[in-house]
Structures are given as C-alpha cells and as structure tokens.
Unconditional design. Structure first.
Length: 445
C-alpha cells in the first residue's frame, strides 16, 4: 500500500489542521445522541484527567499539500463544532482551524441543530472549566492518522469502521466510488444528481439494494442472493470510462445512444417516446448513470407497489406481520420488478399477477416457517424437496421473449397433504384465492 509512513501515527487534535472534505463525502448526518455521546465521553475523560482519550482513526488522502478526509468526517465535524462553542464561551481568539471546507447545503440543518445542542452543553461550564476542557481536547484527545497519496487506496480505506464500530453502508461506498468517476461532469449537473440521491431516505436505499437489486441480479442466474454487504458491491461498480474491452465499449455506446435519442425529440425512428436506459441483466455504466439507475429502480418499485395495492384489495392476500410473511412479500415484489424491468410495467396484467402470486404464495401455504435461506433456494428453483416446485422463475422470465410467454408456465396444484392444516386455517384467504384464481378443485375428502 502507498501509505505515507511518516504520517501513519497517533496525533493530537491540535496536530490536525485545515482538513478538507472531498466531493464524494456524504453530508454531515450525526444525530443528537451521537453528539451528546461524544461530548460526554470527552468530558468524562477530561474530568478523570486521562493522559490520552482515543477518538478512533481518521483517514486522509493527501493531494499536494492538502489533506482530504476519507473517513472520520462525522467525528471531526462534531469536534469542530464543539471547539467553536468552547472558543465562544472562553472568548479565545486562538487561530486553530481543524476543518477548512465548505459543507453541502444538505448538511446545514444538522450542523445548526448540533451547534445548538453543544452550545447548551458548554453553557453549563464556567469560564475556567471551559478553558481547561478545551485545552484537554486539543492536547489529550487523539486520532490514529492514516494518510495515503493514492486515490484508489483512499477509496479502499473508506469502508473502515467509524468510532462506534459500525461499517459504512454499502450504498455510501458506491456513492463514493461513482462520484470519483464523475470528474468530467459539470458541477451543476453533479450537484443536481447528488441532491436527488440525498433526498431519498437512506434507509430506503439500503433496503432497495439489499432486498431487491442484489437478490434479483443474482437469482436470475440461479446464484445466491443473500448476505449483501460492502464486500459484494462489485456488480454495482459497473463499467468504468477507462474500460475499452469490446463488451464495455458496446454498453457505453448503447447508453450514449439512448441518452442522445431521449434528448433529441426525434422519436419516430423507433416508434416510441422514450427509451429505457437500464436493465437488471445488463452492467451499469460507472459515474452519474449509477445514481440514475438507483432512482429508476426505486421509482419502478414504488410503481409496482402502487399496482399491488390496487390489485390486492384484501390485505390478508399479502400478509405482512411475521418475518416469513415479509420475506415472501419481498420475493413477490422482486419477481414483479424483474418482469416489469424486462417487459415494462404496463405488461403486468391480471394474468401476470395471478401466475407470479401463485408461484410466490404457494411457498407460504406449504411452509410452516419461512427463512431467508428458504426464499433464496426457492428463487433459484432449488427447493423441490420441501415444496415440490422446481421453478426458477427469474431464470424463466429471463428466457421469455414476450410477456405472454409467462402464461406457458405451469404451476402444479398442491395436494391436500402438502399444505399443513394450520397454514390452511391461518392463510385461508391465500388458500381460497389460489384455488379460485387457478381453477383448482379441492381434493375429495
């Protein structure tokens, strides 16, 4: 690794100055609890007069004589706010600048809120204690400073743990990666794209990738769709601008054509108003298109859920209370997402709903307990020993040429002994719907 040896060390806060925030960093998001925890921890260390209080690590990317923060922004920003409040209370004019950077406007509200919190905490201190506490932070609170002069290694370090031991979310790592691929994008366009991304609930983004995009892109190849993490984001990194292999040039050219076609207004050529730029079976183009890809599939999933609400006017048809119910509902949505991605959401008609619902919810009827591993095996057509159904539906849809081809999928009627008695009672609405929709007759008693 290209670490700078003399800058791999434990340093006091007073030794960290003029740190800048690169454009790939997420906004400042620390909540009130985290801010109060940092204040309490450092203040208790000061009261105990600990010789050193370690705040974790800070990872910096050195460019010429500037240091850009890769990991540790949340803690450093909070420390900066705390020192600002202490300086104001103490009336000191000492010129120490920990963070020398402009923040995105998306950070403004959080900064203002946390400033008020810290100002209130500092107001409880008298002047002398305020000065001593400030001096302690600068001289006895430390970080492990890690500096690299290689941008790629800086990104690799970005997935290290923060001070509370929690890994950064995979979608945050992807955001960082794709922002690095946007160096040639105009600032206005870049800000507009990131604003759309940041305006989405970040928990929703995490769910989108973990429970929908990652599993679907695995299941259609009959591969394991479980355990999505920062170690499995490779498929979402996509094709970089420097990749000039045949397949990469083809996909980059295709994306460029679609964008130019959609912007041209000359749509008579292909007899359509707009071309869809994304397919779950095709690689992503790294950079700005990744953010558009994410927004596209979030919107498509929202549209599918809207259609589901209309089609299933009885909530008991798609139960959502037990963990197994939730897993099956997500599986149902995943199949619909994959189908809509290939043929368009307008192709989801009653027949499509019936077939996909039947395939999804037969699992609920046949299994007393449903786990994520159950869903994973079923999606890959590898659960015949327990369900008597060996249909890898994602692979089947991938091979379809027309949406009507789905009608050729034959799902066998379950026999009475395949459905546990308690399930027939507990999920009677599902039982009745499946038998009525498919014209199945109950076995003679």
């Amino acid at each position: 690794m290209t670490l700078i040896d003399k800058e791999l060390e434990v340093v006091k806060i007073s030794d960290l100055e003029n740190i800048k925030i690169p454009n790939y960093q997420r906004p400042y998001t620390w909540g009130i609890d985290s801010v109060n925890t940092l204040f309490d921890d450092t203040y208790k260390a000061y009261k105990k007069q600990l010789n050193e209080y370690r705040l974790g690590s800070v990872i910096l990317h050195k460019v010429n004589n500037s240091y850009f923060i890769v990991d540790g922004q949340q803690r450093l920003t909070t420390i900066t706010l705390l020192l600002f409040c202490l300086n104001k209370k103490c009336g000191t004019s000492e010129n120490f600048c920990l963070m020398n950077s402009e923040y995105s406007f998306l950070s403004n509200n959080t900064i203002l809120t946390n400033h008020v919190i810290l100002q209130q905490r500092v107001s409880d201190l008298d002047i002398e204690e305020c000065k001593n506490y400030r001096s302690y932070i600068l001289s006895h609170c430390t970080f492990v400073k890690i500096v690299t002069d290689d941008e790629q290694e800086a990104f690799q370090f970005f997935d290290s743990q923060n001070s509370r031991g929690k890994e950064l979310a995979p979608h945050d790592l992807l955001k960082s990666y794709h922002l690095r691929e946007m160096n040639d994008v105009e600032t206005v366009k870049k800000v507009n794209i990131i604003n759309k991304w940041e305006n989405i609930n970040q928990d929703d983004l995490e769910v989108l990738f973990e429970n929908y995009l990652y599993p679907v892109t695995q299941w259609y190849r009959c591969k394991n769709g479980l355990y999505y993490s920062s170690k499995k984001i490779g498929q979402f990194k996509g094709i970089t601008k420097n990749n000039n292999y045949n397949y990469a040039v083809y996909h980059k050219s295709s994306n460029l054509f679609v964008e130019q076609f959609n912007q041209s207004g000359n749509h008579e050529l292909l007899n359509t108003t707009m071309l869809n730029q994304f397919q779950l079976t095709q690689p992503i183009i790294a950079g700005s298109r990744f953010f558009e890809y994410s927004l596209h599939y979030k919107n498509l999933l929202d549209a599918i859920r809207y259609k589901l609400e209309i089609y299933h006017n009885n909530d008991d048809e798609i139960p959502n209370t037990r963990s197994g119910d939730i897993y099956i509902k997500q599986l149902y949505e995943c199949v619909l997402l994959f189908f809509a991605d290939k043929f368009g959401i307008e192709s989801i008609n009653d027949s499509v709903f019936r077939i996909i619902y039947t395939w999804s919810y037969l699992l609920r009827l046949k299994m007393s307990a449903v786990y994520q591993q159950t869903i994973n095996k079923y999606a890959c057509g590898d659960h015949k020993d327990r369900t008597n159904i060996n249909i890898p539906i994602f692979a089947y849809i991938n091979d379809c040429v027309n949406p009507e081809d789905l009608n050729m999928l034959i799902i066998p009627k379950p026999s009475e002994n395949e459905i546990p008695a308690e399930n027939k009672d507990k999920y009677n609405v599902i039982y009745q719907k499946l038998f009525e929709d498919n014209g199945w007759q109950e076995d003679d008693k």
